[in-house]
Write a protein that binds this ligand. Structure first.
Ligand code: MN
Ligand code: MN
Length: 365
């Protein structure tokens, strides 16, 4: 924690910022080690260049924050109190009112923007999303270990889902079985709503599970992940039930080869966009270019979707310690879709795949 706060203060100096006011779950956790979902309540970390960092939490969470390791200043507010006044008075009394504050533009909502402007009428707000993204993007050894553990729980989730497939079972029944078994393993929460979709529904990259049942000849697509000690996993596998058509098989093999080509191409210094292009070119050559309708993947860590966005125009060079997903797909309306997704970690030797559930076309009988 000290190290991360220190790095952030260095960035404040470099970027002419008096302070930062961070409110996203991910960045509050990143600098405080306190992982909390406050819903509509405010949780924030305030860090300036010279004073002790300040954590702002609902009073009922002060002990949890201490237990998570926070040992600096804290404001614990009650629901009837005006937290913005408390913040202002705290900073004013210590004679450390800032003139520039860094905030997360993609996260700070309009109500909070105005609340900040009300207590600091002359404040200049600057966006620190990019600064935080670049601090997060290189993972430590410890973060690598947590991501790997999260990934292996995701593998277990896929295994559970594939084993649950039988004729007539509904998508939501399989979701329930996957999550039941993961909870028994100690998983507290999924990193996003578990996806199990079947048949023609697989043609929607963001299809939503319902009471649709599995029939012979369906493709079944699983997309899931867990949060393990604050770190997310994300995996997709597509299997066939009972039989496959030639077309389904061709789509599957095209996606699989595209995915493997992109993973093999991972090396330090290569621009992110090249990976997207390698997978996309393979899919286009097979005649399915128009059906690969999203980017190759996304960074993954404390957030399931984080920096960098793995799209074709991104010229960010890959660096050791980055972690992201590679997840090409082909989605043919009314017919169905296939996506295969793995988590990849950049090492000196290339891309290490953290998820490991088998990828050869599986026909469940
Ligand atoms: Mn993903
Ligand atoms: Mn996914």
């Amino acid at each position: 924690m000290e190290n991360r706060i220190h790095q952030l203060i260095e960035q404040l100096k470099k970027n002419d910022l008096d302070s930062v006011f961070l409110t996203s779950i991910a960045n509050v956790f990143y600098v405080s080690n306190f992982y909390t979902n406050p819903h509509e309540r405010l949780v924030a970390v305030y860090i300036d260049q010279t004073n002790d960092p300040l954590l702002i939490v609902p009073a009922m969470e002060m002990n949890d924050a201490k237990n998570a390791g926070w040992k600096y200043q804290m404001i614990g507010y009650h629901d009837h109190e005006n937290v913005w006044e408390l913040i202002f008075n705290h900073l004013k009394n210590d004679d450390k009112l800032p003139s520039t504050i860094g905030v997360e533009y993609a996260h700070l909502n309009v109500e909070r923007y105005h609340a900040l402007k009300d207590i600091f009428p002359h404040i200049e707000l600057k966006n620190v999303t990019n600064i935080l993204n670049h601090l997060h993007v290189i993972k430590s050894k410890q973060e690598y270990t947590l991501l790997k553990q999260a990934a292996s729980l995701a593998d277990f989730g896929i295994k559970t889902g594939v084993e649950a497939i039988r004729e007539g079972i509904s998508e939501l029944e399989i979701v329930a079985k996957i999550e039941y078994k993961l909870k028994k393993q100690g998983v507290q929460q999924m990193s996003f709503a578990t996806t199990v979709i079947t048949g023609a529904k697989t043609a929607s990259p963001h299809g939503v599970p319902d009471k649709t049942t599995i029939d012979k000849g369906d493709l079944v697509l699983f997309d899931l992940g867990v949060v393990f000690e604050g770190y997310c996993s994300d995996i997709t596998r597509t299997v066939a039930f009972h039989s496959v058509t030639e077309e389904q098989e061709k789509i599957y093999e095209t996606v699989l080869t595209a995915e493997e080509k992109a993973i093999t191409a991972v090396e330090i210094g290569r621009p992110v966009g090249e990976l997207d292009k390698i997978a996309r070119d393979h899919i286009a050559t097979a005649g399915y270019g128009e059906y690969f309708t999203h980017r190759l993947g996304h960074g993954i860590g404390i957030d399931v979707h984080e920096f960098p966005s793995m799209h074709g125009e991104n010229d960010l060079p890959l660096a050791e310690g980055m972690s992201f997903t590679i997840e090409p797909g082909i989605y043919v309306p009314n017919i169905g879709g296939v996506r295969i997704e793995d988590m990849v970690f950049v090492t000196a030797k290339g891309g290490e795949t953290l998820t490991s559930y088998p990828k050869d076309l599986q026909i469940v009988t």
